[in-house]
Design a binder for this molecule. Structure first.
Ligand code: DP6
Length: 324
């Protein structure tokens, strides 16, 4: 009998140009294209085993059995995979991450990238990298960006098959470091999936989306030219725009905490001292401080000295998701 089992590892990613709001929530077709860096050192390792003897799917996250929404979401994703492969088998999923989940460190990105890669391999599907990004996207939008390596662009499109992610530069293109100031590790009260559904209720979302192609272009060329000043300006603008949409949606979503704002202001002032660093926040209070490698140690020490910072994780650019 064939062995329907595989293990994959994927990194989370930090978006420089953010994904917020879908054209189609079920298919996770985003309203705008986005651009990110994979985070080396932080990873999710997932083993998927499809087994004719199982009567339902099961999921463990960091060795704890998951139920409710987390299991339901994974099962819906597996249904899509089973349909693609034509194999109606239930699966056992075991997922382990080495970083806190639910606090704006894109845990769903790494989780669904690893699940898409391991799951498709376990069922014997022969998919191209592009096809795996499309599959991962169905589980979590940002997971599409954790499949290719290094710096990755995810293209918005109105058709499922056109909405994929691809690498625009390998990790070694530019040694940026993401120093993540962790100020909370608990699960956020409103997850990204619910947040995306509220985006359009903000009167600012249409303006954010309309200007997104311009920001993406500025960000892409800053990255390809290794122009930190230009990168810093566009990364902070894009993060602020997304949070402006979040804060003005109905109901309003405030993902940042007072300590987040203190760090944002400090980082902007460090830049006036010629330290190459800028901030970006996802759907959580932790602050991602992106800096050039030469400043990483100094940035880390300064962040560790700030009130409310529990720890600082540092991540250089990471490679693609891979089968192990
Ligand atoms: C704020 O990809 O987590 O991190 O598709 O519902 O899983 P789902 O949402 P998710 O949204 C990420 C939102 C963000 C910005 C970004 O990473 O682009």
């Amino acid at each position: 009998m064939p062995e329907f089992i595989a293990t994959a590892i994927a990194h989370p990613n930090i978006a420089f140009i953010k994904y917020w709001g879908n054209l189609d929530d079920r298919l996770r077709l985003p309203q705008n294209s986005s651009l990110s860096m994979n985070l080396a050192g932080l990873e999710t390792r997932t083993t998927v085993q499809f087994d004719p003897g199982l009567e339902r799917d099961s999921l463990t996250i960091n060795a704890q059995p998951a139920s409710g929404d987390a299991l339901q979401r994974a099962s819906v994703f597996l249904d899509h995979l089973r349909q693609l492969a034509g194999k109606p088998l239930y699966a056992r999923i075991e997922s382990i991450s080495n970083f806190p989940s639910g606090a704006g460190i894109a845990s769903s990105a790494a989780a669904y990238a690893a699940l898409a890669l391991a799951g498709s391999r376990a069922l014997g599907l022969e998919l191209s990298e592009r096809q795996v990004t499309i599959l991962a996207r169905r589980g979590s939008g940002s997971a599409a960006r954790s499949i290719p390596g290094g710096y990755v662009e995810w293209h918005a499109a109105t058709r499922d098959e056109d909405c994929f992610a691809e690498s625009i530069a390998p990790p070694e293109h530019w040694e940026l470091t993401d120093c993540i100031a962790v100020i909370q590790t608990e699960h956020k009260p409103v997850g990204s999936t619910q947040g995306h559904a509220l985006a359009t209720s903000s009167p600012l979302q249409a303006a954010r989306v309309a200007d997104a192609p311009r920001r993406l272009e500025v960000c892409r060329s800053a990255l390809l030219n290794r122009d930190f000043a230009a990168l810093a300006e566009i990364v902070e603008l894009d993060s602020n725009l997304m949070h402006a949409v979040m804060m003005t949606s109905q109901p309003s979503l405030f993902y940042w905490a007072p300590q987040s704002l203190a760090i944002m202001k400090a980082v902007a002032s460090w830049r006036r001292e010629n330290i190459q660093a800028c901030y970006s926040l996802d759907a959580g209070p932790n602050v991602h401080v992106i800096c050039t490698a030469g400043y990483a140690r100094q940035v880390r020490e300064r962040l560790e000295a700030m009130p409310g910072v529990l720890s600082v994780l540092s991540a250089p650019p990471g490679g693609p998701a891979r089968i192990v």
